[in-house]
Ligand binder design. Structure first.
Ligand code: PRP
Ligand code: URA
Length: 207
């Protein structure tokens, strides 16, 4: 497992505004989309290229084009949805799958409610969820994808706790993790500290 922390100054600046409890729902959503695009640039860095013959107005050349696996962006509902648009701006031809999971408020265990993926299992999955707290939701989502036959999976989160990273790396060592920030830990209700609160509520304005 590789842990990639995309701590570019633009990403960190935008994340700091998102963390601020005074930031509005509209601004929060906008910043999440912008950060997702910046992170997507790094996540797609190792997509293989092929060389095709083209002619510029001046001469023929072997031009690099993306050759590799097709991509499917898969948000974990609800909060993962906030990262989809930024990625789709970079990879407009990507498919979109959905995994519905919510964390039970008392047990903090993930509860599964929806799964819809495209048929081609060879696609590279970019699984999105802004928050990696205990890691239970991400681990469950990855297990379901693998059971369904998907083999190439990258996990893209905004903020993670060390516990969440440990859980994913132990249960799914083949999955690379991309984060904007590795935070300090979890509180007694398994919220990330300092974190940014409940990502789903802040994206959709449900609190
Ligand atoms: C949040 C978050 C993750 C999960 C992280 O979702 O978006 O999916 O909790 O916690 P974990 O790592 O401990 O599993 P939530 O259950 O609040 O659902 P929502 O996105 O529908 O609000
Ligand atoms: N889910 C969230 O939205 N935030 C956290 O800090 C933990 C789980």
């Amino acid at each position: 497992m590789a842990l990639n922390i995309i701590d570019h100054p633009l990403v960190l600046h935008k994340l700091s505004i998102m963390r601020d409890k005074e930031t509005s729902t509209m601004k929060f959503r906008e910043l999440l989309q912008e950060i997702s695009m910046l992170m997507g640039y790094e996540i797609t860095r190792d997509i293989p290229l092929t060389y095709e013959d083209i002619e510029t107005p001046l001469m023929p050349m072997k031009a690099p084009k993306i050759a590799g696996k097709k991509v499917v962006v898969v948000p974990i509902l609800r909060a993962g949805l906030g990262m989809v648009d930024g990625l789709m701006k970079l990879i407009p031809a990507a498919r979109v799958g959905h995994i519905g999971l919510y964390r039970d408020e008392v047990t903090c265990q993930p509860v599964f409610y929806y799964y819809k993926m495209p048929a081609n299992k060879e696609r590279l999955v970019i699984l999105t969820d802004p928050m990696l707290a205990t890691g239970g939701s991400a681990c469950d989502a990855i297990s379901r994808l693998k059971k369904d036959g998907f083999k190439y999976i990258k996990l893209m989160c905004l903020v993670a706790s060390p516990q969440g990273v440990k859980a994913v790396s132990e249960q799914h060592p083949d999955v690379d993790i991309y984060l904007a920030s590795l935070d300090e830990g979890l509180n007694e209700r398994n919220y990330i500290l300092p974190g940014l609160g409940d990502a789903g509520d802040r994206i959709f304005g449900t609190k």
